[in-house]
Design a protein around this ligand. Structure first.
Ligand code: AOF
Ligand code: ZN
Length: 346
């Protein structure tokens, strides 16, 4: 299963909004350290492409070897006809003897049916092997289906005296170039980035991907009364932006306009769910970040502590219900990562 997770991760840039899935096929071999020998492995490589089980089966040189073989896969084999036929049926057709699964598929299209199909056909099924690791790997996919909203990362940089910036007008670059690069790496893993109107106007950010390879995330601007000037980078550089506002609805061109009260964050997230936006990174400002915290609508938080001292300015948000994930130095800055204790348990 560790090998499945390792393989699954190779799809990190290319499979979303599908989950990352790896698959390993073994046969009994008493001469091997664990009594099993790997005869094939594979992973879900890109969105719309073959599922991990199909790849692994395809990698086995002789189909006869599959009869009675054991399949490890970090997600329940699918039961639905999607872009590919159901994997559960494929495993039965190939006469697989046993399937070891990391976690059930939270996608309502599957949700236990894959396991049931296998068991009904007499295949031995073992569930929840490395379940915590499997769920962590696909946490965006899990939250998206289980909570019917995108996975939310809130992120900010703060001065030593806990300000995220000056009050008006001028953007302050707090984090160092290495920290910036780590932010861009994170952006490459997120479907969208959200900011409030004040941040858009004061900082005029581009919010695109420059210091890491990958796709530009969808930008989401919360601007109830459409006060942002149209020559802001976010609105005129040709990349995608969705402006959430109370005045105008038009999703035929970019920038697009979504008519929802942006203060109702639950409604905004529900609308993003409907548009299959699986994850959102909230980059500020402080008021917006605090609203996500106060409504307990966040899953992960990254705080960059920098050595700058501002003396005054906009106070950094205050986290509650956080559980420390890890703390890492980045060239003089420190990034502290948390998960939401309550969000994960509920
Ligand atoms: C598997 N193995 O490798 C993956 C699975 O549109 P489709 O046909 O690609 O189906 C996508 C759904 O299939 C996805 O939301 C999830 O429920 C499941 N993904 N299942 O058996 C895989 N990637
Ligand atoms: Zn499948």
């Amino acid at each position: 299963m560790h090998r499945c997770l390792q393989l699954a991760k190779k799809g990190v840039y290319t499979v979303a909004p599908n989950p990352m899935v790896g698959c390993v096929i073994t046969v009994a071999d008493p001469s091997m350290p664990y009594g099993e020998r790997i005869i094939g492995e594979g992973y879900h490589r890109y969105f719309g492409g073959p599922h991990a089980e199909v790849e692994a089966i395809g990698a086995v040189p002789d189909p006869d070897m599959l009869v009675g073989a054991k399949v490890y896969v970090n997600l329940e084999p699918c039961s639905h006809h999607g872009k590919t036929p159901p994997c559960a049926h494929l495993l039965i057709d190939k006469k697989i003897g046993e399937v070891v699964v990391g976690m059930a598929d939270p996608n309502p299209l599957v949700a236990g049916r894959g396991l049931a199909i296998l068991r009904e056909a007499g295949v031995k099924v073992v569930v929840n092997a490395l379940q915590t690791e499997a769920q962590w790997l696909n946490r965006k996919f899990v939250v998206f289906h289980a909570k019917r909203r995108p996975y939310v990362l809130i992120k900010w940089a703060q001065s030593r005296d806990s300000y995220i910036g000056r009050r008006l007008g001028t953007a302050v670059g707090l984090s160092n170039p290495r920290s910036m690069q780590s932010v861009h790496r994170a952006r490459s893993h997120y479907a969208s980035i959200m900011v409030g109107k004040n941040t858009a106007i004061n900082d005029n950010p581009t919010l695109n991907l420059r210091h890491w390879a990958g796709k530009h995330p969808l930008r989401i601007l919360l601007d109830a009364q459409l006060e942002s000037p149209l020559d802001l980078n976010m609105l005129c550089d040709g990349n995608k932006t969705l402006v959430v506002n109370e005045i105008r609805g038009d999703e035929t061109t970019w920038p697009s306009y979504l008519k929802i009260n942006p203060h109702e964050l639950e409604d905004v997230l529900a609308a993003l769910y409907d548009r299959e936006v699986q994850s959102v990174m909230v980059e500020g400002g402080s008021e917006l970040l605090q609203s996500f915290i106060d409504r307990n609508l966040w899953d992960e938080a990254w705080v960059y502590d920098t050595p700058h001292v501002l003396g005054h300015g906009v106070a950094a948000p205050k986290l509650v219900h956080q559980k420390l994930l890890g703390k890492y130095p980045i060239d003089g800055d420190t990034i502290t990562q948390y998960i939401n204790n309550i969000s994960i348990e509920s």
